[in-house]
Design a protein around this ligand. Sequence first.
Ligand code: AMP
Ligand code: MG
Length: 415
Amino acid sequence: MRSIAEALASMLPAFVPLGEEELHLLQASGRYVSQEVRARFDSPPFDNSAMDGYAVRASDVEAAGPGHAVELPVRGESRAGVPLAGPLEPAAACRIFTGAPMPPGADAVVIQEDSERVGDRVLIREASPFAKHVRAKGSDVSRGAALLHSGDRLGPGEIGLLASQNIDRVQVYRRPEVALLSTGDELRALGEDLGPGAIVNSNVYVLTEMLRALGVIPVPLPAAPDSLPEIEAALRKALEYDVVITMGGVSVGAYDFVHEAFVNVGIEPGFWKVRIKPGKPLAFAQFEGKPVIGLPGNPISAMVTFEILVAPCLRKMLGDPRPHPQPVLARLRDSYRRRPGRVEIARAVATREGNEIVVALHDRQGSGSLPSFVGVNALVLLPSDKAELAAGERVEAILWGSGLTSERSPFEAIA
Ligand code: AMP
Ligand code: MG
């Protein structure tokens, strides 16, 4: 049986970005750029004022100071979007507002608070040295500079940066289509009548949401019954997509046909079983290089193995150069006893208490309990060799879902 690290090492190489596509910037949120993006022009594109006040020549107001005002005639104004027509003559001031272009000739801004307007003249009460309160052309971004690198993810800030550069199309990695194939005679779609022995195929909805949240395209297929030929037919259909995830039928029961079906349609087995709890029976295989993952059917096992083993692989395939979650150190609220042997991924609620993150493990850690995922915001990683964990012990935890939130504002403590 493989460790989680060994399983990931076998799986990751099969998940390679699919190639690029060009998208409109506003369609590209959440995508990873596939090529460096360079600045088209200097930003700011022209010298402009950082303050409301008067644009002047610094040398004309050198003598201003406490008790000594310099008086200048005001020649027009420059406001954002409407610059002064023409240059600023020497020994004159131009009314200026934040973001307005500096008139040619002006090289400093006197802030409004240091001036007094008297009709068409202004008294300058404070000197303003060269370039003071001026945002110089190109001071933020210079033309040709790299704005984004391959692998950067487009979030609101990145989209804003490219928009400011009038870049309306971007090259990004394609999103894989991931087929979801549930297996089991008992499974029914949401809203269908449940006859005797039937259950809702809840996994397909969970996995669809998890795939969507990652940014890949979920393709939920109709569930296949526990019949070898029907699973084979469904697998052939599923193999039309970029990645195949099956759910259920991957254990050792008499109706677990997934392994056999893999072999019969020509999917090459990679490994079966991982030292992870829950989720041991996970299988990994490939069809002509295409990744095929067999998740266990137990809802918690499916969710946990997806998050721990599949999500990093899919992030890599999306073009993410840092696909692995980085755990935080936390303290266990209560002691916990367990059978050693596998790394356990425990659902927990994490809260901030003073300077620490404290994790309260859910009391139901069984692999089938769906209520145990409600409100979970941390997955605690318990090492395989530990049978007993004391209250207050340090553990690694992956923050999950909503992360750390509170009914109280952090600014009650930050003045
Ligand atoms: P299996 O892995 O097929 O042996 O299934 C293990 C347990 O998970 C059984 O109780 C199944 O009924 C349940 N199960 C399997 N597939 C699903 C599914 N898609 N949605 C919800 N429960 C499932
Ligand atoms: Mg089954």
